[in-house]
Design a protein around this ligand. Structure first.
Ligand code: ATP
Ligand code: MG
Length: 491
């Protein structure tokens, strides 16, 4: 094993809290095999941080001195992915352990800031098909945007704003560390002796529950503006505070998020809102003015309607989603975007004459428009924006169930999500509570009773839906039970 690099503080096994019992057995297997084959092998990044905090890591990333081809030779169950930077994925059933070779940035010149970032590092979390198109830096395009960094190193290229476009040499651990974002994310757990290597003060920062960018914050945010969103995400997830020097340039640099590929922003949005801390993410993003860069229409809506029923519903909806994630239940981007876009959609609907608020056409137009606005920053895949449209289009149908036809809604794939939205709306006075309750009961009873309920819709009060604006709901009116009634009747 190579001797420890001189710059690292080495924290021996009896002076840190990481226990191998908390590490995935498969990750341990990979680490041991690499070690036994004569390579350096470390756990790195979020998993070391989470282990120190006593949290359960989402996944276990490994950094090694072995080149990708060498990793492949050690493991049969291994596939190399990524175009510019090859990473090894080692498969154990459904668990994939990602193994990355240490990567250098340009060697720091004397007097140079040794901190070189790397947005291509995001390759490390692309567990998909190995294409790094969405998550990593764009391929070098020698167009007007790209230029060599002052170092003249052709492996390190930034655009006019300092955004890193290519950065691409393998290196050693003491080079690898500088491209990482926060000190808390830059600890290495050495399988050779179970020590933790710390080059950047991450150990103390984790103990102080502090997020600090490695190097000059403005430079690091310029290299990869997504780091601002990552700061917000780790703040929300870990409850850490943002070190003041790290926070200082955000207000001035957050506009750079407009230059980030929308597919990458979509991925980041899901990480922010579907990882169990979405409600806190929303607040942190607003606090740093980052929501306005990610979802401008949502930020504007919340600024103008801070205490509205819709704003409170969004908060509660995100809390519900967080609870589902924590309980291991499935969550969907469709439901998330229905929540986030509810305010902008309601605004668009309310620009129409009041007697059209319940028209499917009005609703669908508003959803499509709100989705298009969101697309200017975030690439929401079509299947999700269509899902949002279906969920909203289902609302008037749910609010005015019509005889046995209503039973057919139960069979629709989007029913459950649409019903959940109805319940949430009802909770905040944005839909009639009695109709929501009717659907709840309908799902709980036998088929025969369902038919009876549908047949006796005459007795169902309700239909006071359509208050999208957070104003108090209008009083429920008995609907007289005429099943022929149009679902989107004028109020
Ligand atoms: P979690 O998995 O809990 O979301 P994480 O810290 O593991 O958090 P990942 O996105 O999985 O985050 O990235 C793994 C590691 O790669 C990080 O800990 C960090 O060291 C590094 N990293 C990821 N993205 C960047 C980036 N944009 N800039 C610099 N380093 C990054
Ligand atoms: Mg991770």
């Amino acid at each position: 094993m190579a001797p420890p690099a001189p710059l690292a503080r080495i924290i021996p096994r009896d002076q840190h809290s990481i226990s191998r019992a908390a590490v995935s057995p498969n990750a341990l297997k990979v680490l041991y095999r690499l070690r036994d084959a004569g390579f350096e092998a470390f756990l790195v990044g979020g998993c070391v941080r989470d282990l120190m905090l006593g949290l359960t890591p989402k996944d276990f990333d490994i950094a090694t001195s072995a080149l990708p081809e060498e990793v492949r030779r050690v493991f049969r169950n291994c596939r190399l992915v990524g175009r510019r930077f090859r990473l090894a994925h080692v498969f154990f059933g459904r668990e994939i352990i990602e193994v990355a070779t240490f990567r250098a940035t340009s060697a720091p010149e004397a007097g140079d800031d040794p901190t070189n970032g790397d947005e291509a590092l995001d390759d490390e979390d692309s567990s998909d098909d190995g294409s790094d198109e969405e998550l990593s830096a764009p391929e070098l395009d020698e167009g007007d945007d790209a230029r060599l960094a002052p170092s003249g190193n052709p492996d390190r290229v930034t655009d006019h704003s300092g955004r890193l476009l290519r950065d691409n040499v393998y290196g050693s651990i003491d080079e690898d560390v500088w491209r990482r974002d926060f000190t808390a994310n830059a600890l290495y757990y050495n399988i050779a002796d179970f020590s933790v290597w710390d080059y950047v003060g991450g150990f103390e920062d984790i103990e102080a529950r502090q997020l600090r960018l490695i190097g000059d914050p403005a430079t690091r945010f310029r290299e990869d503006p997504v780091r601002m969103l990552r700061a917000a995400r780790f703040q929300a997830k870990l409850g850490f505070t943002l070190d003041s020097a790290t926070a200082a340039p955000i207000a001035e640099l957050r506009h750079l998020l407009a230059g980030v590929p929308p597919a990458r922003l979509f991925d980041e949005t899901l990480k922010l809102f579907l990882s169990g801390h979405g409600a806190r993410s929303l607040n942190v993003l607003r606090e740093w003015g980052l929501l306005g860069e990610l979802l401008p229409t949502v930020a504007r809506y919340l600024d103008q309607n801070a205490d509205s029923s819709v704003a409170r519903m969004l908060q509660k909806g995100l809390e519900n989603t967080d609870a589902r994630v924590v309980a291991g239940r499935p969550v969907t981007p469709t439901f998330l975007f229905s929540l986030l876009l509810y305010g902008p959609i309601a605004n668009l609907i309310e620009r129409q004459p009041r007697d059209r608020w319940q028209d499917i056409g009005t609703i669908v137009d508003a959803v499509d428009r709100a989705a298009r606005d969101a697309q200017s920053r975030i690439a929401v895949p079509k299947r999700f924006s269509l899902g949002v449209r279906e969920m909203f289009a289902a609302q008037p149908r749910l609010e005015q169930p019509r005889g046995r036809r209503a039973l057919r809604l139960l069979e629709q794939p989007r029913f459950r999500a649409a019903y959940d939205l109805l319940l949430l709306r009802a909770e905040f006075g944005l839909a009639a509570g009695d109709v929501a309750h009717w659907w709840t009961v309908l799902q709980e009873v036998s088929q025969a009773d369902r038919e009876k309920m549908a047949d006796s819709l005459a007795a169902v009060p309700g239909g006071n839906a359509g208050s999208h604006d957070g104003s108090a709901p209008r009083p429920s009116r008995s609907r007289g039970g005429r099943r022929r009634r149009r679902p989107s009747r004028p109020a």
